[in-house]
Design a protein around this ligand. Structure first.
Ligand code: XMP
Length: 308
């Protein structure tokens, strides 16, 4: 078993041997896997790695600044604001699976354009052991990936034999900030799977604000390290409320806080009642479009962690 320091040295040498003087590209989400991979490959091949960070318009509040500030001096970072392209393609789409497929397709389109511009021959991926172990035998360690344009990229997967806790140890050893290394899981399609029904810039913004309040309060209560994921979902249900002395008709927001080990199953975390009350009061008072907050109490299964 290699120490984190030995793993990093060994990995940097292997990446140099594999990529040589060619160019490589990675999609940086700001999560721990892609961040650790980006930094490892940068240490090996320098600015021949382009790290592409795509804003699909479905990121959390402050996330663009957080990821950019964390990596702008450490990586050859290419930030792409493709939010209009994503939102145009998602216009009027209600079906959750279709929303996911569209987000995935536009992501490939955007990434492919950047890959062509960069002249990359290698695609770096943050695959980790649980991602491939179940399909063992079907995946070869050296394989190529053809993008829709026909462009062929050789795949480099520096952390494919590691588990999440080991990736975090490597992240710590690489001096990646704890806010990245211990970040709660966030789905690739972002807030797109936390807004039920068709997405608009307006309803995504309502979801974003509600998410921020949930995060702020869970973190202020010091519970954030004890739970797996905590977030708000904007439903497409509208309910009557009363704000001031006026009747109101606004959105129902659901707060979901779960514990899990591997996301295959999850149980609802028990929260102090004051925290739930504060979250509810803040959401309904600070977000004019929301009249009602509910707490999700369903485990996975039968529910899933996300709503879409
Ligand atoms: P579900 O909703 O399937 O989520 O119970 C299980 C875990 O996976 C995350 N999740 C995703 N992560 N791309 C991702 O990278 C996705 O499309 C995606 N969908 C769900 C979710 O946040 C939870 O941790």
């Amino acid at each position: 078993m290699l120490s984190p320091k030995e793993f990093i040295e060994d990995s940097i040498q292997k990446i140099k041997d594999q990529i040589g003087d060619e160019k490589a590209i990675i999609a940086l989400s700001g999560g721990v896997d892609s961040s650790v991979c980006s930094v490892l490959v940068q240490e090996a091949i320098g600015d021949n790695l382009t790290a592409v960070f795509v804003d699909h318009g479905l990121l959390r509040e402050g996330e663009v600044e957080q990821v950019t500030n964390t990596f702008k001096d450490r990586l050859n970072l290419k930030f792409v604001d493709a939010s209009d392209e994503f939102m145009d393609a998602l216009d009027g789409i209600e079906d959750p699976e279709l929303k996911r497929k569209i987000i995935g397709k536009i992501f490939v389109d955007v990434f492919e354009r950047e890959a062509i511009k960069s002249g990359a021959k290698f695609l770096v991926q943050g695959t980790i052991a649980p991602d491939w172990i179940e399909t063992k035998g079907e995946i070869k360690s050296h394989h190529n990936l053809a993008l829709p344009s026909g462009m062929k990229l050789k795949v480099c997967e520096p952390i494919r034999d590691l588990y999440k806790d080991e990736v975090r140890e490597i992240g710590d050893e690489l001096n990646i900030p704890a806010s990245t290394v211990y970040r709660q899981p966030f789905p690739g399609p972002g807030l797109g799977v936390r807004v039920v029904g068709a997405l608009t810039k307006e309803n995504v913004e309502v979801c974003r604000k509600a998410n921020k309040i949930v995060c702020d309060e869970i973190e202020a209560a010091g519970i954030d390290k004890d739970v797996w994921q905590y977030f708000a979902v904007l439903t497409n249900t509208k309910v009557t409320g009363v704000k001031g002395d006026q009747r109101d008709f606004g959105y129902l927001v659901v707060v979901r806080v779960v514990n899990s080990i591997d996301a295959m199953t999850a149980s609802v975390a028990e929260l102090p009642w004051e925290v739930i009350q504060t979250i509810s009061k803040r959401i309904t008072s600070e977000i004019s479009e929301v009249t009602h907050v509910a707490l999700s109490v369903s485990d996975k299964p039968p529910a899933t962690i996300e709503f879409c």
